[in-house]
Design a protein around this ligand. Structure first.
Ligand SMILES: [Zn+2]
Length: 233
C-alpha cells in the first residue's frame, strides 16, 4: 500500500495581461465583487467538449478558485476578447457565490446582477448575453423562474449591496419563493381534488334523478295498461 501519493500544487503567478485588462480593479469595484481566485487551465486530451471555464465545489479547490480556459487569455492561441473573458469570469464567479445552485433561478439572478453591474455605459452591455443556459435546471417552471430572477436581479443590481451580500439575499429570497410555490401547488391540488369530489357527487345525483324518471315512466305506462285492461275486460 502506498503511504503517500503525489498531487499538483498551485503556484501563484502574475495575472496574464489580457485577464488584468478585462478584470481590473475598477471593474471589480463597479460590480462590488471581492476578486475570486482564478486558475488558468489547458484541457487535457481526455476532456471532451468545449468549455470556457468551470467552478468545482470549494472542497475540491485549494483557495476556492474558479477555472478559466488558458486559450481565452493566451495571445499565442487566439486574440483575447475582454467581453468574453468578463462573461466567463462572471459566470464562474456566480457559481462560486451561489454554490449548490447549479443553473437554477438563484444562479441566474446572481449572474444577472453581475452582468447588469458590469456594463460601463457601452452600447452592447454584458446583460445582453445573459442566457437561458443559466436557467437550464428550471425547465418545469421556466417562465416563473425567469420572471423571479429578472425582478430580483434588477432590484439588487442598482443597490449598494456587495456581490456577497446579494448572494445571501438571493439565497433566502429563493427559499421563500420555493416555499410560496409549494404552498400554491398544494392549494391547486386541494382545489382540483375538491372539484373532482363535487363533480362525482353531481354525477351520482344526476344518475339517481335519471333512475327516478325511469321508474316514474314505467309506473305510468303500467297504470295505463292496467286501466285499459280493466276497461276492456
Ligand atoms: Zn455554469
Amino acid at each position: 500500500m502506498h503511504q503517500t501519493v503525489a498531487t499538483y500544487a498551485q503556484r501563484q503567478i502574475s495575472p496574464p495581461e489580457a485577464f488584468s485588462k478585462a478584470i481590473g480593479g475598477e471593474f471589480l469595484a463597479r460590480i462590488k465583487l471581492t476578486g475570486i481566485p482564478v486558475i488558468f487551465l489547458s484541457p487535457g486530451s481526455n476532456e471532451g467538449g468545449t468549455w470556457g471555464g468551470f467552478c468545482s465545489e470549494s472542497k475540491y479547490t485549494e483557495r476556492g478558485e474558479i477555472a478559466i480556459h488558458r486559450a481565452l487569455v493566451e495571445p499565442t492561441m487566439c486574440l483575447p476578447q475582454s467581453p468574453i473573458i468578463r462573461r466567463v469570469y462572471l459566470h464562474e464567479a456566480s457559481h462560486r457565490l451561489m454554490e449548490g445552485h447549479a443553473h437554477n433561478a438563484a444562479f441566474f439572478a446572481m449572474n444577472l446582477v453581475l452582468l447588469l453591474r458590469s456594463g460601463d455605459g457601452n452600447e452592447d452591455p454584458d446583460w445582453h448575453y445573459s442566457s437561458l443556459y443559466d436557467l437550464q435546471d428550471e425547465t418545469e417552471r421556466m417562465s416563473e423562474a425567469f420572471a423571479w430572477g429578472w425582478k430580483i436581479a434588477l432590484e439588487l443590481a442598482s443597490s449598494e449591496l456587495t456581490a456577497d451580500e446579494c448572494a445571501k439575499y438571493i439565497e433566502s429570497a429563493f427559499d421563500a419563493w420555493e416555499e410560496e410555490l409549494a404552498r400554491r401547488d398544494d392549494r391547486v391540488a386541494e382545489a382540483r381534488e375538491r372539484r373532482a369530489t363535487e363533480l362525482a357527487t353531481f354525477q351520482a345525483l344526476q344518475a339517481k334523478v335519471g333512475e327516478r324518471w325511469w321508474f316514474a315512466l314505467c309506473g305510468w305506462s303500467l297504470g295505463i295498461l292496467l286501466t285499459l285492461a280493466f276497461q276492456f275486460s
